[in-house]
Ligand binder design. Structure first.
Ligand code: LLP
Length: 417
């Protein structure tokens, strides 16, 4: 459920009309709803309230510091994959002791900073990374908290680009090899072995792959116990899907029910790293129709939002719901349109063959754009990145100013001759 609804035929974010936001802040513009974000975080926190569980929001989904701050105020932890994400969390007032550091290519400088601020745990993805972390911790005279990200070889049944838990994927340590590598980790003097971690993919719409993963990981926990290695937490990653069109993904409560049954009686904490299921439906991309271009073959609506603003349709063929901000009929009537941006690529579209009653100047909202929207945006075609605003009941806050050409050029230099 989200807080984007029509009132008097006009789409609102909470109590604010998207027309007002467009006149005040321009387009393209990402609009987030605080109440929706909070609701989604609380759905996890409440579902797992009966068991010690750390919910670590995956920062990569939407990393604006205002978003992180809203979640930090609710007690959220954070899953990060770079020093940049770590600094965002710290700037936003996040608690470093609730930070998981994932990712398979951590640099020594990133490890050092994370150890300095005292993060909860590193999710290590290879034997080589273990040695690097042990060395950095030794240099600093500290113990590094560690989990190994295990690749359980489970098919997440999602898009191949966002499936991560199959043995042919680059992620994690093959579950077959895990005990050997845990023993190495256990023997390294500057590591403190904490957990078992995994993340099998994103936009999962059924629970079975998660539960199969759980069973494999708990099997590993038991095997490790026999070797005298006692695991304190199980991090099941992120991955719960959302509804873009007609998917019926499970709710956190459905997931929790099954996991809590399985973990009952064990002295082991849980952790999760949800990104999309918290942020996606808490944001829309607001864009304006520049021109209608109707040809004998096709009708195009040329909009001011493009693949550089929201790359999911171009990159994954993702279907995102695109709705008019005003439901009032126009003189153009209903037609089927491809919604295309101004970028010079045929692959620059946000939606294809959508039936809409729109005219030039109308506003459209791309729904479910809160996750992997702004964070994947770029300056391709030297376009300024969009503004971001957050609505809180009847107030609108600019949380990232629209980029300017000056921002884009800062740091570039021409040769002296
Ligand atoms: N933890 C790790 C280690 C991850 O790699 C990811 C996402 C998450 C947690 C959060 O997963 P979520 O709950 O959001 O599914 N750009 C793609 C999605 C890439 C996901 C990458 N990893 C998209 O737009 O669909």
């Amino acid at each position: 459920m989200d807080f984007f609804n029509y009132t008097n035929q006009v789409l609102h974010a909470e109590n604010v009309s998207l027309q007002d936001i467009a006149s005040q802040h321009g387009t393209p513009c990402y609009v987030y709803s605080r109440a929706t974000l909070e609701r989604h975080y609380k759905a996890y926190a409440e579902a797992f309230a009966s068991h010690p569980t750390l919910i670590c929001y995956a920062v990569k989904a939407c990393s604006n510091i205002a978003i992180l701050n809203v979640l930090a105020r609710l007690g959220s932890g954070f899953d990060i994959v770079s020093i940049g994400e770590l600094e965002r969390v710290l700037t936003a007032g996040g608690d470093p002791a609730k930070v998981m550091f994932s990712g398979l290519g951590k640099q020594a400088v990133e490890m050092r900073r994370a150890l300095e601020v005292g993060i909860h745990c590193f999710n290590v993805e290879s034997e080589a990374e273990l040695y690097r972390l042990d060395q950095v911790a030794a240099e600093m005279g500290v113990l590094a908290p560690v989990s190994l990200r295990v690749n359980p070889d489970v098919d997440a049944k999602t898009h191949p680009y966002i499936s991560t838990g199959l043995k042919e994927n680059k992620f994690g340590i093959d579950i077959q090899d895990a005990v050997r590598i845990y023993k190495i980790a256990h023997s390294l003097p500057n590591l403190n072995l904490m957990g078992v971690d995994c993340h099998i993919g994103s936009q999962l719409t059924e629970l079975k792959p998660f539960l199969d993963t759980f069973d494999r990981l708990i099997g590993l926990v038991d095997q490790l116990a026999e070797e005298g290695i006692h695991i304190k937490h199980l991090d099941l990653g992120g991955g719960l899907g959302v509804r873009y069109k007609d998917e019926t993904p499970p709710e956190p409560a459905d997931y929790a029910k099954l996991v809590l049954e399985k973990i009952q009686g064990r002295d082991i904490h849980l952790a999760f790293e949800p990104g999309r299921s918290i942020a996606a439906n808490a944001g829309v991309l607001l864009t304006q129709v520049e021109f209608l271009k109707c040809t004998p073959h096709k009708n195009f609506a040329v909009i001011d939002g493009a693949m550089n603003d929201l790359i999911r349709p171009s990159l994954y063929g993702a279907w995102m719901n695109i709705v008019p901000v005003s439901l009032l009929p126009t003189p153009e009537g209903k037609r089927h349109y491809d919604l295309v941006g101004p970028v010079c690529e045929t692959g620059d579209f946000l939606g294809k063959d959508r039936e809409l009653d729109i005219q030039a100047g109308d506003l459209l909202a791309v729904r479910s754009a809160g996750a992997y929207g702004f964070t994947m945006s770029s300056n391709y075609n030297s376009r300024n990145r969009a503004a971001e605003v957050m609505v809180d009941e009847d107030k609108v806050y600019l949380i990232r100013a629209r980029e300017t050409i000056e921002h884009q050029l800062a740091g570039e230099q021409i040769l002296p001759r």
